[in-house]
Design a protein. Structure first.
Length: 236
């Protein structure tokens, strides 16, 4: 793909979005629910992702099982979005219902894990809060067969190995998030949730695009990688 020209790139405002790592206990440690996007989707077609999507105008207007002030105090500061966390959390619950038919019940089940902003230069950008939540007991997820065509419970290491073998398409933010779960492979879902609960304010991750002379994207770098500061982009 080609990146937008600088002026056009700066005009694209990232849209608020939410996604949830729904976790269950597996034989080899925590497993996370992945849904496969339709090959006809306008964003990340054919990729395996966590249930999620853009925040809608109506998200957060209805009660979500937790007082808004409590939700803002519990997660708004950690995610760095303040009172907007109400809409982010509502979107996370709604997207789980729509894409996987799982009802997480309440925003109380959500814990902030990370925050990613789509790179400058991409025509469709999102400012996404990633949540973690335990899978609700007694519910069986299924794809919506519209935006998502199938779903799988996968152990993070297995998903990463399958991607390396070319059999499990994941984009860079999903890959990095999978890697963040690896330290909990032998510790269980509660260890993931406890870690999330103990997090301080999250620093948004702003990947940057590597471009050739014709503005074709040749790679993506994260803030910790060599050469990141030499690339155009936003964020710290």
């Amino acid at each position: 793909m080609h990146a937008l020209e600088p002026a056009a790139a700066r005009a694209v405002v990232p849209r608020a979005a939410a996604t949830t790592l729904v976790l269950r206990e597996g034989a080899l440690g925590p497993e996370v629910l992945m849904v496969k996007r339709s090959p006809h989707a306008s964003f990340m077609p054919g990729a395996y992702v966590f249930p999620g999507g853009a925040v809608d105008a109506g998200d957060g207007r209805e009660a979500a099982g937790e007082p808004h002030d409590a939700l803002i105090a519990r997660l708004g500061r950690i995610a760095g979005v303040g009172e907007r966390i109400v809409a982010y959390a509502a979107a996370a619950l709604r997207e789980c219902r729509e894409e996987s038919h799982l009802d997480l019940g309440s925003t109380r089940e959500l814990h902030a894990w990370s925050r990613w902003v789509t790179p400058l230069g991409v025509p469709k950008r999102f400012d996404t809060v990633f949540f973690v939540a335990r899978a609700p007991a007694g519910q069986v997820p299924r794809p919506d067969e519209g935006e998502t065509t199938t779903l799988e419970w996968v152990a993070p290491r297995a998903a990463l190995d399958a991607r390396a073998a070319g059999a499990f398409q994941m984009e860079f933010a999903t890959v990095a998030t999978m890697r963040s779960l690896l330290p909990f492979a032998a510790r269980g879902v509660q260890a993931v949730l406890d870690h999330a609960i103990a997090l301080g304010p999250l620093r948004p991750v702003h990947p940057r695009l590597q471009l050739d002379a014709e503005r074709r994207v040749t790679g993506i770098l994260l803030p910790t990688e060599a050469g990141y500061d030499d690339l155009a982009g936003d964020g710290p």
